[in-house]
Every structure is written in C-alpha cells, then in structure tokens.
Write a protein that binds this ligand. Structure first.
Ligand code: AMP
Length: 396
C-alpha cells in the first residue's frame, strides 16, 4: 500500500488542512505533561511551512462529551507549538471549531502562517463523520494531509470526511508507519518473528489469525499465554484464564502447525502468591505451577528461548508485554524481549500501546527501528484491516 505524501504535492501558495495527533496528556492545571506527540509532528509541519504553504492544524484532545469543555481546550497546545516553532500560532477558543472568526482567520492566512483549530470533538458531528461538518472543515483549506496514525482507524469528519472532499495525502508520521508496518506485513525480510503478549487472548485473536498467515515464528507470552497452556493440558493455578477461549486457542495452535509456523509458548514462569509488587514468588516450570499461585511473568529459560528466536530474525514485530511489567519484579521477561530486540540487527517494530510504553520505561527506545504511535490503530493494522483514514488517501 503506497500512498501519496506531502512530497507529492505542489505546496506553494496553498492552504494545507492537516489532521495531527495533539491528543497530549494534561495535568489538572492544564499543563502538558508529555509533548512527544507535538514534537513528533514537527517534521511534517516544518516541511509544509518551508514549501510556501499556510497551515491549518486540527486534532482532537481527550474525550469531551461532544460539546465545548475548557478542560479539553487545545489552547495549551497552541502555546507550546508556538514556543517550539518560535513563531505565532493563531488560535481561537471557538466552540464551533469552524465558527465565523475561524473562517475569517483561515481566509487571511499568508504562506508560512499557522492556525490551530479548537478540539474537533467539541462538535458532536466529528465522530459521526457528518458531511456538513466535513464540508465546513474542508472549506478552510485547498488540500488535506493526514498525519494522525492513532485515529486512522476511525472514520471521523477530520480523518475521512474531509478527505472525501479535498485531495488527501499522508504526512511523514503516517508514511513511516506504512513503510515499516505495511512492509513487514506485505513483504517482510525473513525470518519474520512476531511476539504477542498482554492480558487477553480475546483482544488479540484477529492479530494472531492474521500473523499466522505471515510469520515464521509466533511467540506468545504475557497473561494470554496461560489460556494456551491450559489448552495444552497444563494446570495454571490462579493465572489469567479465558475459559471460553480454550477451544479457540487449540484451533490457533492447529492452524500454526498446518501453516508451518513455529509457535512458541513459555516453558517456565514466575509464579506469585498475589497480584502485588511485593508478593513472594518463585520460578517454576509450566508443569509445576502451584495451585494457589499466578503467573505474572515469563521465566528466565523462556526469556533465553525467546531471545534466541528474536536474534534469528530479520523482521520482528512486538505487541504486548510478557508480564506485569508495571511491577518491577515482574518486568524481567518484558525487558529480556526489549533487550533482544534492541540488540538485534533486524527491522524491529513495536506495535504501539503497552509495549511502546514498556520499551520507553525500560530505556530501549533508541534500539528499535520503529515504535508505532497508534494503540488501537496499530492493532487493527496488524489484524490486516484497512484503516479508513489511510484508505481514503490518494494512491501513489
Ligand atoms: P494489553 O493491554 O492487552 O497489551 O495488556 C497489557 C497488560 O497486561 C499490562 O497492564 C500487564 O500488566 C498485563 N499482563 C501481562 N502479563 C500478565 C499476566 N501474566 N497476568 C496478568 N496481567 C498481565
């Protein structure tokens, strides 16, 4: 899937309407506590401004109840953006988002100027992908750029509606997601290894199914591994179990065999007496899990086996922690995987969400080829679904 990017546009004298992901965390005083998303959008913003266009930015922030709510105003983002770009960012606290004042501001933009719209979710029409609101947004610009991967799986007015009216292309962030994740799924360098973890099998069924069609080795760890171990006949004590998914786990393992996929599960685990950071624990083989304990991490033997598999790969995708990494004593398995990926010479991709957070907390961020910015969006991408916000952009 190859989509046109900002580089395919003649930007001179244009007004560019761009969807960005400025959904940043704010503290109770409205201060931005992590500006990663703002900083990540700068390459596309600068490229557009340097090529003679004016820029109109739009984003959602948080979950306002489909009406203006000062708690979710983008005003702090406008201030921050202005500071990092060292130039004014025009911003109206416009509850209508596209009210008369904003329309006038957009009309008078000169090349190099920037206007940030108020939170698109202040309008109930945003999530409904309402054609009227889409038309109001699209009316502000000449071309559309989408650089918000995290909302690309949602067909909203600011992601899909506007692209039905204006020609749409991707920004550099979405382009990078497609270059890495798209390439891995369509034409991976082999061996291709996927590592899946996290709490629930039910959240990852689509991903497992899709990846079984593509990978050479599929590694399962985390809470979801126990349903597979149970399906293999092991007693798992009080570990996480989705009893209604045991049959499905069996089917997935049968499918792996039929496809010739090497399906790796833990061989040892860290069995804890309670779900607590100070719980007493011991490492046990999967055939010796005490009845009263719960598995909260993969064991060291498993860490070694998973590491070896990762180091044998030319492409690695990882989604979901190997254990309860939020508690340092149960973060060793997750760290082993992060470490192996950082050491590997392969193309290493973190499929967003909790594993992205874990990699950052554990300090392996710089060792990865690509860390996806999407949580839900990257899961849907790995499931092989077409993301509507990307589908609608112009093909190369
Ligand atoms: P997910 O959002 O599905 O990727 O799941 C991430 C969550 O799974 C994290 O908060 C982990 O603490 C949790 N998790 C990972 N392994 C286990 C486990 N063995 N038992 C319980 N929770 C786990």
């Amino acid at each position: 899937m190859s989509k046109k990017t900002v580089k395919d546009l003649d930007l001179k004298g244009k007004k560019v309407l761009m969807r960005v992901d400025f959904n940043v965390p704010l503290d109770e005083n409205g201060n931005i506590t992590d500006d990663t998303r703002i900083m990540a959008s700068l390459p596309t913003i600068n490229y557009i401004l340097e090529h003679g266009a004016a820029l109109i930015l739009m984003s959602h922030l948080g979950r306002p109840k489909n009406e203006p709510d000062p708690k979710f105003s983008l005003a702090p983002v406008a201030k921050k953006l202005s500071a990092v770009l060292a130039k004014p960012v025009i911003f109206n606290d416009d509850g209508l988002v596209t009210g008369p004042e904003t329309v006038a501001a957009a009309a008078s933009l000169k090349p190099g100027d920037i206007l940030l719209l108020q939170n698109t979710r202040f309008r109930v029409e945003e999530k409904k992908n309402d054609p009227g609101f889409s038309k109001e947004l699209a009316g502000l610009g000449d071309v559309f750029v989408n650089d918000a991967f995290g909302t690309a799986h949602r067909a909203h007015a600011s992601t899909v509606g506007v692209a039905q009216i204006l020609p749409g292309v991707s920004g550099f962030l979405i382009q990078k997601e497609l270059d890495f994740m798209g390439k891995a799924l369509e034409d991976p360098a082999r061996p291709f290894v996927a590592i899946l973890g996290g709490a629930k099998v039910s959240d990852k069924i689509g991903v497992i199914n899709n990846l079984l069609e593509k990978v050479d080795i599929l590694i399962i760890g985390g809470g979801m591994a126990y349903t597979f171990l149970k399906a293999q006949g092991y007693e798992i004590g009080k570990s996480l179990l989705e009893a209604d998914k045991i049959e499905l786990a069996k089917e997935l393992m049968t499918k792996a065999k039929a496809k010739g996929v090497n399906f790796l599960l833990p061989v040892d685990i860290v069995a804890a007496e309670a779900f607590a950071p100070d719980a007493s624990f011991k490492v046990v083989g999967i055939d010796a899990i005490p009845q009263e304990s719960m598995g909260l991490d993969i064991g060291p033997e498993t860490g070694k086996i998973f590491t070896k598999a990762i180091l044998s790969a030319k492409t690695v995708i990882w989604n979901g922690p190997m254990g309860v990494f939020e508690m340092p004593v149960f973060a060793k398995g997750t760290e082993a995987v992060a470490k192996a990926m950082a050491k590997s010479k392969a193309i290493t991709i973190i499929g967003g969400g909790d594993s992205a957070a874990a990699v950052k907390i554990l300090g392996y961020e710089n060792g990865m080829s690509h860390i996806s910015t999407g949580g839900g969006a990257s899961l849907e991408f790995l499931e092989g679904k077409l993301l509507p916000g990307i589908e609608i952009l112009q093909d190369k």
